[in-house]
Design a binder for this molecule. Structure first.
Ligand code: ARG
Length: 274
């Protein structure tokens, strides 16, 4: 099994990569189609010749709906296309679903092969599904409206509402760190951002690359008041019944690292090659 180099998101649009790859993994396995038990080094797919993906498509710049085309776009979408190409497959994105339904859907099987959703690798998730090797590092952020005087201290108060996306690591962090505040779980983080702008919530907690990108591109009236170094890493969720697919994905990710595909996608979305 190979390890990807660690990638660190730094606020301000640049990504910095640490040292390179560790060698030691073979080439990607080939698919076996949708039927039959997976033999060693092979995997099953819900739809033959396709890598069927699910996500919550309200998490720019990792995944979001393009208003003009009605198609999903983002870092993870481009990454999934390259991943599928490296596996000799087509990519097929299913409609957006609630973030906290992704792991249960993959675990249940039959709907999608993978969840690609800026999903942090956690022990709790690894108990339910397999997670691929990490493909990017991330942290959390605390966001308020420009002009707000709130701080970490003043926000931990029964009168304060703090918006999060349900089932996320940001939601967990907020519950732990603001025990007195009212933590409001929402379906998506864009609603949380709109709610902070309109004053429904005093603050929100979400992944730093997402808040940075959104403030730069669409929400100039929001500000990051704390960068929270949680040291998270995103991985791809795969059913535990399909270990050959996780293995093939890890091999493909290592190839994408080596052949520059990941760098190109990072440049596209974060303005910097690693
Ligand atoms: N990284 C966080 C987590 O894994 C948030 C992910 C939210 N992703 C999304 N596509 N809405 O919990």
């Amino acid at each position: 099994m190979s390890m990807l180099s660690r990638r660190q998101f730094v606020q301000g649009g640049s990504l910095v990569a640490a040292a390179g790859l560790l060698a030691g993994c073979g080439s990607a396995s080939s698919g076996t189609g949708s039927s039959g038990p997976a033999a060693d080094g092979e995997y099953t797919l819900v739809s033959e010749g396709k890598l069927t993906c699910i996500s919550n498509l309200y998490f720019p710049p990792f995944e979001f709906m393009d208003d003009k085309t009605g198609e999903p776009r983002g870092f993870d979408i481009d990454m999934s296309k390259s991943l599928a190409e490296h596996l000799g497959l087509e990519v097929n994105w299913l409609p957006s679903q609630a973030f906290d339904s992704l792991v249960p859907t993959i675990k249940a099987g039959g709907t999608a092969d993978v969840a690609i959703a800026g999903m942090t690798i956690t022990d709790a998730r690894k108990a339910e599904v397999d997670m691929s090797d990490p493909y990017i590092d991330s942290n959390q952020s605390l966001v308020t409206k420009v002009g707000s005087e709130d701080t970490m201290d003043t926000l931990d108060d029964a009168s304060k509402k703090i918006a999060v996306q349900a089932g996320t690591t940001g939601a967990d962090w907020a519950k732990e760190n603001f025990p007195k505040a009212e933590i409001v779980p929402l379906d998506d983080i864009i609603s949380a951002m709109n709610g902070v702008v309109t004053g429904s919530y005093a603050a929100l907690v979400t992944d730093l690359p997402v808040s940075s990108y959104q403030i730069k591109n669409s929400f100039s009236s929001l500000q990051i008041i704390e960068e929270i170094p949680t040291g998270e890493q995103y991985g791809i969720a795969v059913s535990k019944d399909n270990p050959g697919l996780t293995k093939a994905i890890n091999a493909a990710l290592a190839e994408m690292e080596e052949d520059g595909s990941l760098d190109a996608i990072e440049t596209e979305w974060f303005g910097a090659a690693l």
